[in-house]
Design a protein around this ligand. Structure first.
Ligand code: SF4
Length: 222
């Protein structure tokens, strides 16, 4: 069998999740090809499965990703019936440069120049203020210390969880913000990324985020 040298349009890459975004992708959001409701944020300190290194690790900085389709892992823009991309002409950089038969190029760039909420919201004072305040109050680094027992304030975790929940409710009820952008604005709800039980025992405080077969990834391993 001859070695693969071009995309066979099999769709395997897109079924494994959406790409992380980089500065070069900023015009796609600012131009409206990709909307904020199509995105979510993996926050600094949130463990995630990294395909390139093949391990779970806490994020050193936040990542903005394209959401998965409801109930699955495939990128929300993937059309399974046609094995096609709904935004092909406007697909993000990782999708453009990934070659599943030669990953050298994406390995060289996937950690560089990542897009952040501040890049997209920094000039929108109301929205950026909300995101920054939430990050200050609900930082995952502190939550990790609390759950590891390294912080003596035993009531803090419950207060942080309540803050995260109430902030989401208030913002949608009083400001009219589309609830569909909350996972981008504040990251995913703490209640969703910090389940107890076996995931917690296996992976630590944020166990539900990091199971490799369902995890958000740093990059889409097309
Ligand atoms: S944006 Fe398009 S090419 Fe990229 S993962 Fe999604 S469906 Fe695939």
């Amino acid at each position: 069998m001859s070695p693969q040298i071009q995309c066979r349009r099999c769709g395997t890459c897109c079924r494994k999740g959406g790409p992380a975004l980089h500065l070069a992708d900023r015009p796609l959001i600012e131009g409206g090809a990709i909307l904020l409701k199509h995105l979510y944020t993996l926050r600094k300190g949130e463990p995630a499965w990294e395909n390139i290194r093949g391990e779970v690790a806490p994020l050193e900085a936040e990542i903005i990703k394209i959401r998965e389709a409801d109930g699955g892992r495939a990128c929300r823009f993937f059309n399974d019936a046609e094995k096609g991309c709904a935004i092909y002409e406007n697909r993000p950089m990782e999708c453009r440069i990934l070659k599943c038969w030669d990953t050298a190029e994406i390995e060289a760039m996937y950690r560089r120049d990542r897009l952040s909420r501040q890049h997209l919201l920094g000039t929108i004072s109301g929205l950026w203020d909300l995101a920054a305040t939430h990050e200050k109050e609900c930082g995952l680094d502190r939550i990790g210390r609390l759950m590891a027992g390294d912080d003596p304030d035993r009531g803090a975790l419950a207060r942080i969880m309540a803050y995260d929940r109430e902030m989401r409710n208030l913002v949608t009820e009083r400001s009219g913000i589309d609830p569909e952008i909350l996972d981008f604005l504040f990251g995913r709800p703490l209640a969703r990324i910090m389940p107890g039980g076996r995931f917690r025992r296996r992976f630590g405080p944020f166990g539900g985020s990091v199971s490799p077969d369902r995890a958000p990834t740093y990059v889409s391993d097309h």
